[in-house]
Structures are given as C-alpha cells and as structure tokens.
Design a protein around this ligand. Structure first.
Ligand SMILES: [Zn+2]
Length: 451
C-alpha cells in the first residue's frame, strides 16, 4: 500500500520493460497456487536449492525466500538493513503480531503456500512517520524476505483491525507472488487502452501499441515527472531531474552567500508544498492568482551564482515540451495518454487483497478502507467521481496507479465475483503455463521495499 502523498525524490518508480507475458494465455495469477496433498508442491524443482520463479504446482518456491529462524534473526536483519524498529514492549507490536497472524491465516486459506506455512513469519513495527506497510527484497541473497513490516502510525487507533487486515492482504500478496523480483514485475505487466468503460486489468491482453505508447511516455517522464502542463515551466515534478533538483536545493540552502541561502530555503518550502499537494489524478496543484509557484521557485534561485539549477530548468523545459508533443502524437494515433493503462504487480496485489478480505468476511474491500482514510478530505471528491464513472487513472509512472482509481477498481473487481470473469479467475490450471524465466539467475540487486 502507499499513500498519494510523497516526495518526488522517491518517485523513480518501476518502468515497464519490453517482454510482456504470454498475452494469449489466461494468465490470471489471482488463482494463486494449488499444493499437493501434503500441502507442499510435487514439482521436483520445489526446494531443490535454486529459486524457480514458476513451478508446476503454482506454490512459490521456498528457495526464493530469505527466511528467519526466530525473532532475533529477523531483528538482526533489520539492524543491518537500516530498518529502525519501535520497542518490542510497545503495545502496537503485540497488535501487529495478532493482526499478521490473522492475515496470514486468511491468506493461506485462499492461496496454499507450501512449506512457508510452517515457517516462522516475523512481524516488524517500523519507526516511521507515515502509516504504511511493506515487504522487502534481501539484497545480498536476491531473495524475497519472508517478513512483514508495518509502520507504527498504521497501528494507531485511526485504523481498525479490518482496515489493517486489508492492507496486510495486499502486502502478503506481494510477498507470496515474489514481487521483489524484477522478472516477476515484468511478467505480470500488461498494457492496454481503456475504452468508454474501465476494464479489469487482470483480464486484459497485453497490447503492443499500448505498451509502446506507455513506454515512450515513461521514458521521458522518468526524467522530469509526468505532469505536462506549460505552467510548470522548467520545474521537475518527479523523476531523476526531480531528485537532482532537490539535491541542488539542499546544497544551495547551505550556501555561504546569505541571499542565496535564504532564497533557497524559501524556494525549497514552496517547492515541497507544490509537489506534495497532489490532485486526485496525481497532478500537482497550481495555485491561482500568483500566475504560478513554479516560476517563483525558479526566480528565487536566480540569487544563487553558478548553480546547476539553470541546467536542470532548461533540461526539464525541453523534456516537458517533448512530453507534450508525444501526448499530441499519441492522441492523433488514437491512444491518448489519459486512456493508457497497465495492469501492474500493485494492481495484482490489490486484486489478491479483495479476494482474501471477501473470503474472510471482512468489512473492507481489499485495502480500500485504509485508502479512504488516506484520501481524507479528498474521499468525498473521489466518491463523486466514482458515481460519475470519471475516476482519473493517476500517474503512468507509478505502478500503484491513482488511489481513487484503485478504490474504484477494488470495488469493481469485487463486483465481478458474481460474473463469469470470476470463474476464469478461479481456474488454477489455466494459469500454470506461464512462460516466465524458469530458474532465476540474479542479474541485479532486488529493490529493497515494496509498499
Ligand atoms: Zn503494494
């Protein structure tokens, strides 16, 4: 799970890579897996010492997980990995333990997980400011960490047990489906174009035209953020230039030139306000009368001699123009940016969460109850858009899609359980011939966290 509010510095999100899944197979991973009678897996490759991403039984290979014998081992891993925990005696730790045990029972009742079900599952409560939960990849071994992480604010009284269980179902799906592996992320992804209605991503076939369009868009937006509006001039709203811009601001805020230092601080405050305040479509908010804050940020920094800001601003302005030109071209070709979609590993985790919370009879639809609380004052606006069937998709750079869209999707997906689509989703045997990498050969480091 992840909130809509975030710094641009961490918005360098997963780009989709060419080489999608076998688009003809009904690759509905939602069915999870089917274990043999012993609760494990009859495929000889299961537990043979090598991590196989796809097995005939559909159960995730035990070799793909970094497991822990006990709490001390898990805590040592956290210390090594820079994950700061709250005190073990804090009552939120006991609540987290109970909830993860419940979530695990609910998840494994739906999706058999072989030998993992008898392993010790660590639960760690992380000392961070934002309510969230995540799972992790283990960089030294390139494995999926078999542990669940919940931030302390998530365990406040603002969230009910059901709210949290919905989020945990999403996180357990990331873990069980090995979403820390880049190969898996890629194999899950399917690109398509929405028509007049919003189709269910899990049921879509990967469309090369849509894939090319999304990838071209992402290639530019990865540098500057995906907001195309002219008013933003040369101010990055994300991407690598956004990260660079924040770094430069930090440098200038320490300048020995007093005017530069003061202006850089003012520019930083304005910039953070600007990029943090997101609309429901994940674009940033441009305030009324002062023409725009973007211009002010850039003007303030003119007081700093010899900075690289000018280079960033020029680069961003040029790239933003390229993004607009691309959007115009795509619209002309019948694939407007606003209609481009991709089913992502995040959407897959949402779908799992809907199935698990439905089966467990919880009051939330997947992680949607938590999402409503994250939206806060924007929840009513989201509700109105849902009623009008006009929910914005969000940022094409972010595999999480827009939070309002996710809410709408989770409800739409649950409603589909009553239709024929749900029958297909339950057909385990149809998903087995999933032509992704047989044996995983580590080629790069696994990303640390998945929210
Ligand atoms: Zn997630």
């Amino acid at each position: 799970m992840r909130s809509v509010l975030r710094l641009v510095a961490i918005a360098s999100l997963t780009a989709c890579v060419v080489g999608g899944p076998d688009s003809e197979s009904s690759d509905l991973d939602l069915a999870g897996g089917k274990a043999d009678a012993t609760g494990t897996c009859s495929d000889a490759k299961y537990g043979d010492g090598v991590c196989h991403i796809s097995l005939a039984c559909g159960v995730p290979d035990i070799d793909c997980f970094r497991t822990f014998d006990n709490a001390a081992a898990s805590k040592a891993w956290c210390a090594e990995s820079g994950v700061r925990l709250i005190k073990a005696t804090d009552p939120r730790v006991a609540r987290a333990r109970k909830l993860v045990d419940r979530a695990w029972a609910q998840f494994t009742a739906r999706y058999p997980l072989g030998r993992l079900t008898s392993m010790y599952l660590p639960v760690e409560v992380v000392d961070e400011a934002e309510a969230n939960a995540f799972v992790a990849g283990d960089e030294p071994t390139n494995k999926q960490v078999f542990a669940v992480f919940i931030t302390a604010p998530m365990l406040s009284s603002a969230y009910t047990d059901d709210d949290i269980l919905g989020v945990l179902a999403h996180e357990l799906a990331h873990m069980a489906r090995l979403h820390s592996f880049p190969e898996v992320k890629e194999s899950v992804t399917r690109h398509y174009t929405a028509g007049t209605s919003e189709p269910i991503g899990a049921l879509q076939v990967d469309r090369p035209t849509a894939r090319t369009a999304v990838e071209r868009f992402q290639a530019i937006a990865d540098l500057i953020g995906s907001d195309m509006r002219v008013e933003l001039g040369g101010l990055p709203t994300g991407g690598s230039q956004g990260g660079l811009f924040q770094y430069l601001l930090g440098q200038l805020m320490e300048s020995t030139n007093a005017t530069c230092k003061a202006n850089a601080r003012a520019a930083r405050d304005l910039y953070v306000d600007l990029v943090m305040d997101r609309e429901l479509d994940d674009s940033i908010k441009i305030y009324g009368t002062t023409q725009n804050d973007a211009e002010t940020v850039i003007e303030l920094l003119a007081a700093c001699p010899d900075s690289a800001v000018d280079v960033v601003v020029a680069t961003v302005a040029e790239r933003r123009a390229a993004l607009r030109a691309l959007a115009a071209e795509l619209a002309q070709k019948g694939t407007p940016v606003g209609k481009l979609r991709y089913f992502s590993y995040e959407e897959q985790a949402d779908d799992f969460s809907v199935r698990v919370t439905h089966d467990a009879g919880l009051s939330t639809v997947g992680s949607s109850a938590f999402a409503v609380k994250v939206l806060g004052a924007k929840a009513a606006e989201c509700q109105a858009l849902r009623a009008n069937n006009a929910v914005p998709y969000g940022d094409l750079l972010d595999a999480h899609h827009g939070l309002c869209w996710r809410l709408a999707h989770m409800h739409q997906y649950k409603a589909s359980f009553a239709t024929q689509a749900a029958v297909v989703i339950d057909d385990v045997d149809d998903i087995i011939d999933h032509p992704i990498v047989e044996a995983f050969v580590p080629t790069r480091r696994v990303s640390a966290r998945i929210y």
